[in-house]
Design a protein around this ligand. Structure first.
Ligand SMILES: Cc1cc2nc3c(=O)[nH]c(=O)nc-3n(C[C@H](O)[C@H](O)[C@H](O)COP(=O)(O)O)c2cc1C
Length: 368
């Protein structure tokens, strides 16, 4: 069995010292224009020790992709000085620094975009309260959006990050192009699975081109995805297994299955013998590492995830228990926080913007 403290070298050549990652978690603490604050940098520094890698919360690649207030941005060169501080703060604790890059697509709101209508693959609103009908991107705009991801990759390299994670999960724009619910296009970006994969294929080409042009040392490119949608039509688990056959043939460094509980079963009865994580792991055929996430709080959880994945990402446990990896490494399991996260908010010290965001989140649980 893989032990969490074993190192692993990714396909690009970057070595992670162990199998633990911080799961991407937005903290909504950035300034209005997406520049990171000192509070947020300190927050990451406090949680980076003992991890192989830290994946930051989502950072938008262009203004119209901003998903929520206080979100980190990597959309402009003016963010470079503060992004450099963030990368340095994470690396100073010995973890690789990976920034998650994203575009909210139809999952944002005109109120967040100063009155501008959100955009997506097609003019179809998401199935959620208050969802707005987005404007369908033109072909030129799609290509500009892809370029924005390439530019964000360049900035991540220039800011000293060790890698990026493409946020292809949680119903945001990349997933919206793959989903038959949000993508009803009749041009080359829409149609069957293969055609709905066109956006992802062009995105990967653009990102790897930026890596080739700007990185002077190996640079991590990971990809996060969700495995099922509840909408009809929507992404089904078999579609995701098909997606794996495409992604496993690319130069990606890892795939990251976004889940709230790592042992969750598919909705599709044909795939309920094993967890989705196990099926996905099998579908990747060992061609690149898989990251498992969702509800990891104890040593047993870590061991369970590592039977079906090469890495384990930890979110809320680290949020509330910043020294959790050190407790794991020193066999101090009894000291690990084991209470209820929502209750813990009342007695954990967070900077005010983060406290307010978490307070609201634990009351409403938005789809991030
Ligand atoms: C406060 C908070 C913010 C999150 N922000 C993001 C995000 O920016 N990007 C993302 O892909 N997932 C995000 N997630 C989902 C987590 O990465 C993770 O998949 C989820 O919390 C389950 O893991 P956990 O049980 O270890 O927390 C967020 C979760 C939380 C609790």
């Amino acid at each position: 069995m893989i032990s969490f403290d074993q190192s692993l070298t990714l396909p690009s050549g970057v070595t992670l010292k162990n199998r633990l990652m911080m799961a991407p978690m937005t903290t909504s603490q950035s300034f209005y224009n997406g520049t990171i604050t000192e509070n947020e940098i300190n927050y990451y520094a406090q949680r980076s020790k003992g991890l192989g890698a830290v994946i930051t919360g989502a950072a938008n690649v262009e203004a119209i992709g901003k998903g929520w207030p206080g979100e980190l941005s990597i959309a402009d060169d003016e963010m470079l000085p503060e992004l450099t501080l963030l990368a340095s703060a994470i690396k100073a604790e010995g973890a690789k620094a990976i920034i998650q890059i994203f575009h909210g697509g139809r999952m944002t709101h005109s109120a967040t975009l100063s009155g501008i209508q959100p955009v997506s693959a097609s003019a179809i609103a998401a199935l959620r309260p208050d969802a707005e009908i987005p404007r369908a991107l033109t072909i030129d705009e799609i290509q500009a959006t892809i370029k924005a991801f390439g530019e964000a990759t360049r900035r991540a390299i220039q800011a000293g990050f060790d890698g990026i994670e493409l946020h292809g999960a949680n119903t945001y724009l990349i997933q919206q192009f793959f989903s038959p619910h949000s993508n009803r296009r009749t041009d080359k970006y829409g149609g069957d699975l293969e055609q709905r994969y066109t956006f992802i294929a062009e995105l990967l080409d653009c990102v790897f081109e930026a890596v080739k042009n700007y990185a002077i040392k190996p640079f991590i490119v990971g990809y996060r995805f969700s495995s099922e949608e509840f909408e009809t039509p929507g992404i089904r688990f078999a579609d995701t297994l098909w997606l794996m056959t495409k992604l496993r043939e690319t130069k990606l460094d890892y795939l990251h299955l976004s889940l709230n509980t790592y042992d969750r079963l598919a909705q599709d009865k044909a795939y309920q013998e094993n967890s989705m994580l196990a099926y996905i792991h099998e579908a990747i055929q060992g061609k690149m590492p898989l990251v498992g996430v969702g509800g990891v709080r104890t040593r047993t959880d870590v061991e369970n995830v590592l039977t079906d994945a090469e890495f384990v990402a930890v979110g809320q446990q680290l949020l509330f228990d910043p020294t959790w990896p050190l407790k794991l490494a020193t066999n101090n399991d009894p000291a690990m926080f084991s209470g209820d996260f929502a209750d813990a908010l009342s007695y954990t010290s967070f900077a005010t913007p983060l406290f307010k965001f978490l307070d609201q989140r634990y009351r409403s649980i938005p789809n991030i």
